[in-house]
Design a protein around this ligand. Structure first.
Ligand code: AMP
Ligand code: ZN
Length: 112
């Protein structure tokens, strides 16, 4: 399958991995929007948040757990933001479910 994040989880495209479990991988975003910016993805190919089902929804909890573990590991004591863009209006550009994790700057709300 021609999917960028499947290629990254398979190690076919290099990435800077910061955290990995059996089910999820977190790696540095190539175009960081904050001093700390990683992308957390399931190793299973799920196209977007809209493709979460009763059968695969456990992965969403695993991604949020990964973020909490990464925050401890990276000592992000001042907090962080996790956000998943979905579809065209959501600003999604890569068709493999991912949560952005941003930290180490004061993030504005609401987002643009
Ligand atoms: P989104 O626009 O929400 O779909 O997020 C896709 C993210 O993937 C963007 O923040 C990109 O900077 C990031 N990205 C694209 N290609 C790579 C890559 N090869 N390695 C790491 N991050 C990437
Ligand atoms: Zn994929």
């Amino acid at each position: 399958m021609d999917c960028l994040f499947c290629k990254i989880t398979a190690g076919e495209i290099p990435s800077t991995v910061v955290y990995e479990t059996e089910d999820v991988l977190a790696f540095k975003d190539i175009a960081p929007q904050a001093p700390f910016h990683v992308v957390i993805v399931p190793k299973q190919h799920i196209p977007s948040p809209a493709h979460i089902t009763a059968e695969n929804s456990d992965v969403a909890g695993k991604i949020i757990l990964a973020a909490a573990e990464i925050a401890k590991q990276e000592k992000l004591e001042n907090g962080y933001r996790i956000v998943a863009n979905c579809g065209e209006d959501g600003g999604q550009t890569v068709g493999h479910l991912h949560f952005h994790m941003l930290a180490q700057r004061n993030l504005s709300w609401p987002p643009g």
